[in-house]
Design a binder for this molecule. Structure first.
Ligand SMILES: [Zn+2]
Length: 306
């Protein structure tokens, strides 16, 4: 991935009857060069890739879908994430949604402009394409003779999927479960649906309940036991939910201010933007649980404790 963004894992599945990929990397000259170089090293001609499965619609996971389609591969993802991808690629629609979202939470104009200015950079890392087909929960995909079972794990995105190879005790977890930092869950209704945090925790419990499996995530090294890791993350998010709840009192406050109190100050615009949308995911979850109330204020909405 481009310099400051770290690295993403792309998995090559070599089956007895063909090859496929899980995730793609970003649309960045060096990323594409790296991927093609690694395929060559593995003796794989890109033209022989039958299928590519994207765990979700973020540019590091499906950024070069079109290039791979050009080599003849079918690129698949869930239907909800195909919708989010289309939205991300359609600038006027995205701008309108963003205006609604920022307006609703009365985010300062100056901050909105700085966030807005970041998006052309992210859009450049994603090729415009339409997936060749959709994957749904419990569907079995034959990847070159290797059976992968789709598990829908909404939360990080509306239609995030994990892929299970049961006979090998493996699960490809995308960004649903990664080692190190906890996965980011944010809230913008048009791209994340309602109560994404509640859905995310339930999706973590689903993976936990599969029992011990070796996890291959979208970033970082493999995880020896995804059941343990999922349980750790469930506890992490429950503690965070309590922490956000404690920042509320009887006076309604806007999410822009609450995010500093709940998740700490962030110097960079991108960090502040992520903290804000993540705080909103926690607040929305607290509203769902009846522990917080959304209040219409003079400008935009705020939140107070129930
Ligand atoms: Zn992601």
């Amino acid at each position: 991935m481009p310099a400051t963004l770290g690295a993403v894992n792309v998995y090559l599945i070599k089956g007895p009857r063909g090859v496929g990929l899980i995730d793609t990397g970003m649309d960045d000259v060096n990323s594409v060069k790296e991927l093609l170089g690694l395929l060559k090293k593995e003796g794989v001609d890109p033209g022989s890739i039958d299928q590519v499965i994207c765990t979700h619609h973020h540019p590091d996971h499906c950024g070069i879908g079109k290039t791979l389609q050009g080599f003849g591969a079918r690129v698949l993802m869930s239907e909800p994430d195909a919708g989010s991808l289309a939205l991300f690629l359609s600038k006027p629609e995205m701008d309108r949604q963003r205006a609604t979202f920022f307006g609703r939470h009365d985010v300062p104009d100056e901050f909105c402009d700085r966030v807005e200015a970041m998006f052309p950079f992210f859009r450049k890392l994603q090729e415009s394409f339409v997936p060749d087909g959709f994957l749904s929960d419990a569907q079995i995909v034959d990847m070159g003779g290797i059976e992968l079972e789709v598990m829908l794990t909404p939360g990080h995105t509306r239609g995030h999927i994990c892929l299970i190879q049961r006979d090998a005790g493996l699960i490809f977890t995308g960004d649903h479960i990664i080692p190190g930092d906890a996965t980011h869950v944010s809230m913008r209704e048009e791209v994340h649906g309602t109560d994404p945090l509640g859905k995310f925790v339930r999706s973590l419990e689903r993976v936990r309940d599969l029992g011990p499996m070796v996890g291959l995530g979208g970033h970082g090294e493999h995880m020896p036991d995804t059941s343990l890791r999922a349980d750790q993350l469930v506890r992490h998010h429950r503690a965070r939910i309590e922490r956000v709840a404690r920042t509320l009192d009887d006076e309604p406050r806007k999410v822009f201010d609450l995010s500093e109190k709940a998740l700490g100050a962030r110097k960079k615009v991108f960090g502040r933007w992520l903290a804000m949308s993540q705080t909103l995911a926690y607040l929305e979850h607290l509203v769902t649980r009846g522990e917080a109330v959304e209040v219409t204020m003079d400008r935009g909405v705020g939140y107070r404790r129930s």
